[in-house]
Write a protein that binds this ligand. Structure first.
Ligand code: FAD
Ligand code: NAD
Length: 480
């Protein structure tokens, strides 16, 4: 007879495994079904740990050190001689980091008494779950009858017919994390988060990188001032970002790929060693639901859920990339925990208004809350303050003067609405804005706080002061 579970989670990504752990903490008997094989072994942690957040950050870190060692040390009086990169060592380090973390998640599940069922889960009618193990034998298929189910099967890259991924010349993000050599020339379709992060990795290591973006605006979801400065900085670094450039065809021949594209009405073409397709991700529900499972999907293939991640079926929740909202690991994690708290009768909630976005280029790009443009679109009378790192003592001491901190606030109430940062440590700094937003802070609250000197965070204080024309280390005409 099959084991009785209170909760079965389908998908062991950041959403699924965190949900499983929280449920076990609350005393539930939990199984987490995960089918992923990575480097020949069953692997926990989903896209994020295996082929997403973690390996991309490992390569971003290695490539940043390489570039920085080449260019940033002479000014300190440090000479290094010739600097070289051994790509296979870099990749081996990435693999080690991934294995450390995926192994750690498996240990966490075990330590919490959670059964990792290695194989595929499918929701059937009546909230039953069919589990098919990786090593399939007819007898091994089990039908589980848990009280609750969480669907957490994540997402996969979007494919476009004009650039079919062959995992050789044309790759998606997974392939782009695994190059064993630095391509001399690299094309990237899509100037989104993946295009900019992975484009930066290979540019730093020596590739000539061209990024094709179909839209005529850069990072349209970001505050305009932030997007404009980011484009300037990344372009100066050597990323050739071509806006309004629609790829119309690709042709692979003799180990090269020709990209045909139309930019502002003109047909052009260019040949690359490799091409990365990074045009977004889509929810992954293949084989997840039987026809009569009773779960509603949206037109775009997301599982339909309410604010608390409840599906149309009682006792079944769906979370993470499989449902509406930004496709981010931290959003998936919080939804997983919220779903479990809700099924346990706790009043948990995810605040979708304070989900942070970070692009881990160098400098990093990060924001939380409303952009100036979004606030204005909502009809809010807005006031803003901006402060550059170029006059921040710590940024200058570190030789990292690029970027700024910008606040957007309600001009009538002084309520803080958004924080936007371009800077070496923006991904961490932006958490100050998130906490302020969560506590419904006014700009004055931030103005009245004492920030340690010398820190990058002093730019946060100065940007808050700048909202009212009071920044100390800037000459501001506005007086108050
Ligand atoms: P996933 O992580 O996709 O996990 C779902 C898991 O379910 C998968 O392992 C899959 O094998 C399994 N599964 C699917 N169907 C079944 C089934 N029927 N039975 C059993 N198992 C199944 N986000 C950030 O916040 N920060 C970043 O820096 C970041 N970097 C990224 C870099 C890259 C290159 C990519 C591709 C993504 C990145 N993301 C980042 C996005 C992040 O990885 C996702 O938002 C996150 O992994 C979503 O978590 P999830 O739990 O919803 O799904
Ligand atoms: P994205 O949505 O960030 O960017 C895709 C870009 O491709 C957009 O700018 C879009 O206009 C463009 N595009 C779409 N079709 C195109 C076409 N045919 N030709 C040219 N350009 C085209 O998607 P992504 O970069 O693939 O990332 C996927 C998801 O992964 C994102 O939702 C993101 O949240 C997540 N992710 C997050 C991080 C992070 O948090 N740092 C890192 C990587 C990925």
């Amino acid at each position: 007879m099959a084991q009785q579970y209170d909760l079965v989670v389908i998908g062991g990504g950041p959403g699924g495994y965190e949900a499983a752990i929280r449920a076990a903490q609350l005393g539930y008997k939990v199984a987490c079904i995960e089918k992923r094989i990575h480097n020949g072994k069953p692997s926990m942690g989903g896209t994020c740990l295996n082929v997403g957040c973690i390996p991309s950050k490992a390569l971003l870190d290695s490539s940043h050190r390489y570039e920085s060692t080449q260019h940033d040390l002479q000014v300190h009086g440090i000479s290094t001689g010739d600097v070289s990169i051994d790509v296979s060592t870099m990749q081996a380090r990435k693999t080690k980091v991934v294995e450390q973390l995926t192994g750690g998640v498996a240990q966490l599940l075990k330590g919490n008494g959670i059964d990792w069922l290695q194989g595929t889960g499918k929701l059937l009618a009546g909230k039953k779950v069919e589990f098919t193990p990786l090593e399939l034998t007819a007898n091994d298929v089990q039908i589980l009858e848990p009280k609750y189910v969480i669907l957490a099967s994540g997402s996969v890259p979007v494919n476009i017919p004009v650039a079919p991924v062959d995992e050789d010349s044309i790759v998606d993000s997974t392939g782009a994390l695994a190059f064993e050599q630095v391509p001399q020339t690299l094309g990237v379709i899509g100037a989104g988060v993946i295009g900019l992060e992975l484009g930066s990795v290979w540019r730093r290591l020596g590739s000539d990188v061209v990024v094709f973006e179909a839209l005529d605006s850069f990072l349209p979801m970001a505050d305009k001032a932030l997007a404009k400065e980011t484009l300037k900085v990344l372009t100066k670094q050597g990323l050739d970002i071509r806006l309004n450039a629609k790829v119309t065809a690709t042709e692979c021949k003799d180990g090269k790929v020709t990209v045909k594209y139309n930019q502002a009405g003109e047909d052009k073409e260019q040949v690359f060693d490799k091409l990365i397709v990074a045009v977004g991700r889509k929810p992954y529900a293949e084989g997840l639901l039987s026809d009569d499972a009773g779960i509603k999907l949206t037109e775009r293939g997301f599982v339909e859920v309410d604010e608390q991640c409840k599906t149309s079926l009682d006792g079944v929740y769906a979370i993470g990339d499989l449902v509406r909202g930004p496709m981010l690991a931290h959003k998936a994690m919080e939804e997983g925990v919220m779903a479990v708290e809700r099924m346990h009768g706790h009043a948990a909630q995810v605040n979708y208004d304070t989900i942070i976005s970070v692009i881990y280029t160098f400098p990093e790009v990060a924001w939380v809350g409303l952009s100036e443009e979004a606030a204005k679109e909502k009809g809010i009378e807005v006031k803003t303050g901006q402060f550059p790192f170029a006059v921040n003592g710590r940024a200058l001491a570190a030789g990292e003067p690029a970027g700024f901190v910008k606040f957007v606030a309600d001009a009538k109430t002084d309520r803080l609405l958004g924080m936007h940062v371009l800077g070496s440590n923006a991904g961490d700094m932006v958490h100050q804005g998130m906490i302020a937003l969560e506590f419904v802070s006014s700009v004055e609250d931030l103005q009245l706080m004492t920030f340690a000197h010398p820190t990058l965070s002093e730019a946060v204080h100065e940007a808050a002061l700048a909202v009212d024309g009071r920044a100390i280390h800037a000459i501001q005409r506005k007086r108050k």
